[in-house]
Design a protein around this ligand. Structure first.
Ligand code: FES
Length: 663
């Protein structure tokens, strides 16, 4: 419940597997490791004639040691972790709202970009000599001759799958045909008579979302954009959880590969239907993705990417037939994958660089793509460095007490009055700001369900700006005297962001000391990675910041800087560019020269291995402070709260003792 799905599963199956088999999507950030607590379910007890069963908590296996540990630390309140509980007899399960996997909000629209149209696919119309007695040449050879004479195309090959229908196409068109060529090398389609229309799809396979742009290859127009959640999310939010699922399940890899191919086929089907086309009209696909998605898409087991030295099966660009991957486009359609840079820096980053071109800029540009792993690109026309930093899934709402992915009901914007400490917030799906005390003034369906990534960034920054937490991220005992929203006790401190009347769960939505810590750790990893690249480039200042990825679109640059997620920079020069990786794939789809350029970019950027850098740890520790322990943030002058009296005292003492030791 509440979906009403029911079915039989083998005794001993765990509830998470059972839910997946029945098509009920449960949150599962840790991939069933019994650590994230997102898969909590309620076990109903009693006889339920409507369902024809008797359910009881004893019909499940007793809690595992890990589950008991989780219960002790977080209080499951009688609920069970679906990934831990094994089914021994009939059970009726209720999935609370916060455990239901939500539909993702996706920044899916393709950005307007200047693209020179020069696709790998083109159509040519030819008139072919009909066969006659005394001329023993084959039909294909006469088409090839016509292409040479009429279009100066030489040494062409034809995809063998076209041969069975070749003669009928020639006759249907009275020996006039439209030939579709790939890279002026191979014939991939033959249509009777004159035909116009050449289409391709650019795909960004993200860990969380998959986006497809259907493009007219002659005009460059985006005819349809379709996006979906990556179905692999159910096996874990982060890439390592998915690799561990592959390693632990005998059919895990095959299942993941089939899922992503099926999902892409569905996207193409929907996108083509929107444009009154069919998947058979698609003759070219360009795909990008992080290294794990790239390998799974290609049918390569990504196990090696889960352990040092993170060996890639291949890092060059790849051209292959769509049918070899199981993609349901035109039978002879092609697929191109952009190259990869390193074990954790994938084709999606090459797509971002193709779209944003930091390697051609005079200004020092920092591009960050925030996800479970943050990818960082920094440089200018002289040199570009890239790195990947393990931020963990906190920015996606995991590890946060009331964290959730961006979905209707999630809090995405937060303001805290610095005087009264009263909050206002905005939830996805409702345009107005909601203040505490607005109960009854807003429709019940817009009650808050949790806090998404952009919301948690604003929340922590606002707590800091309002003086509720200090620059070390600690709740200040004095703030509890200022407002009843702040609870401060030994070992426990939190801020009540949403009262229970405005929460869909009926319980208050809070931000705890642990939540602040989780965000500090994540942002410090990102900042430390950026600092390493700045050191490599021998700079102390950045001219421009680009926030890439769907998540970047929703982040407030101001709050990101207050938090110290990004270094100091003119706020007018901090921009979100949406799905730049997908835009890069689209550029490479519409211009074949850009595929060569992508290969050059991948060869010339320098990859910096963050975990190996000796100063990473020092940078990380310094970056834990809000916004930073020592780096200046002149663009936030007058904005940041003044240090508290205690901190000022400590500073004075430090300066005094320094002075004494020198004298
Ligand atoms: S605790 Fe069950 S999926 Fe994470």
């Amino acid at each position: 419940m509440p979906s009403g799905r029911k079915g039989s599963v083998p005794r001993g199956s765990n509830l998470l597997q059972a839910a997946q088999e029945l098509g009920v999507e449960l949150e599962s950030i840790c991939g069933g490791r019994q650590t994230c607590g997102k898969c909590q379910v309620i076990i109903e007890s009693g006889h339920f004639p409507k369902h024809g069963l008797t359910s009881h908590p004893d019909h499940l296996s007793p809690p595992s040691p890990l589950e008991s540990e989780y219960d002790q630390e977080h209080n499951l309140n009688g609920r069970r972790l679906a990934c831990a509980a094994e089914i021994l007899a009939d059970v009726l399960i209720t999935v609370p709202e916060e455990s239901q996997a939500h539909k993702q909000i996706i920044a899916k629209e393709a950005t307007q970009r200047f693209i020179e149209i020069d696709p790998a696919i083109r159509q040519v119309y030819v008139e072919v000599e009909p066969p006659e007695l005394g001329d023993p040449r084959g039909e294909w050879e006469r088409i090839a001759l016509a292409l040479e004479k009429q279009w100066s195309l030489q040494e062409l090959t034809i995809d063998s799958k076209l041969l069975p229908d070749l003669q009928s196409s020639l006759r249907a068109g009275d020996y006039k045909v439209t030939v579709t060529l790939w890279q002026d090398k191979e014939v991939v389609r033959i249509q009777p008579g004159y035909s116009e229309g050449s289409y391709g799809v650019a795909i960004d396979i993200g860990s969380t979302t998959v986006v497809a742009h259907l493009c007219d290859l002659r005009t460059g127009d985006v005819l349809a954009t379709q996006a979906t959640m990556n179905p692999q999310v159910r096996f874990g939010e982060d890439l390592m959880s998915r690799i561990s699922y592959i390693n632990s399940e005998p059919q895990g890899f095959v299942r993941m590969n089939r899922m992503i191919i099926k999902s892409i086929n569905e996207l193409i089907e929907k996108a083509t239907a929107k444009a009154d086309l069919t998947p058979q009209d698609i003759t070219d696909v360009v795909a990008v993705g992080n290294t794990v998605m790239h390998h799974i898409f290609l049918g390569i087991n990504p196990t090696q990417l889960g352990v040092a030295p993170f060996a890639l099966a291949i890092d060059s660009p790849i051209d292959l037939k769509a049918r070899d991957l199981g993609l349901s486009i035109h039978l002879s359609g092609r697929v191109h994958l952009l190259p990869i840079i390193a074990g954790h820096v994938g084709a999606d980053n090459v797509g971002v660089m193709l779209a944003e071109s930091p390697q051609e800029q005079d200004e020092i540009t920092l591009i960050v793509d925030v996800g479970t792993n943050a990818e960082i690109i920094l440089g200018d026309k002289n040199k570009v460095y890239v790195a990947s930093s393990p931020t963990g899934p906190a920015f996606e709402g995991a590890q946060i007490t009331h964290g959730q992915r961006a979905a209707p009901g999630a809090i995405e914007r937060i303001r805290i009055d610095p005087k009264t400490l009263e909050p206002r917030f905005k939830v996805i799906g409702y345009p107005q700001w909601i203040a505490s005390g607005s109960n009854g003034l807003i429709p019940s369906e817009v009650k808050a369900t949790g806090i998404c990534g952009s919301g948690i960034i604003e929340a922590i920054a606002e707590l800091f700006l309002a003086g509720i937490i200090d620059s070390k991220g600690h709740f200040l005992s004095t703030s509890a005297d200022r407002s009843s929203r702040v609870h401060y006790d030994v070992g426990e401190a939190y801020y009540v962001l949403v009262d229970e009347q405005l929460s869909s769960t009926g319980s208050p939505i809070v931000i705890t000391q642990e939540d602040v810590r989780a965000i500090q750790l994540a942002k410090a990893a990102l900042y430390a990675g950026t600092k390493l690249l700045m050191d490599h480039r021998s700079i102390t200042k950045i001219d421009r910041v680009i926030l890439a990825g769907a998540f970047g679109t929703f982040i407030s640059p101001y709050h990101a800087m207050v938090l110290g997620l990004i270094p100091d920079c003119d706020l007018d020069k901090v921009n979100a560019v949406g799905n730049a990786a997908g835009d890069g794939a689209r550029l490479a789809l519409l211009n074949k020269q850009l595929r060569l350029k992508a290969a050059r970019i991948a060869r010339t950027v320098e990859y910096v291995e963050t975990p190996l850098a000796t100063n990473f740890q020092d940078e990380f520790v310094a970056a834990l402070n809000l916004p930073h322990a020592s780096d200046p943030f002149p663009h936030l002058d007058g904005v940041l709260p003044l240090p508290t009296v205690e901190v000022q005292k400590k500073r004075k003492n430090r300066i005094r003792s320094k002075y004494r030791s020198r004298s």
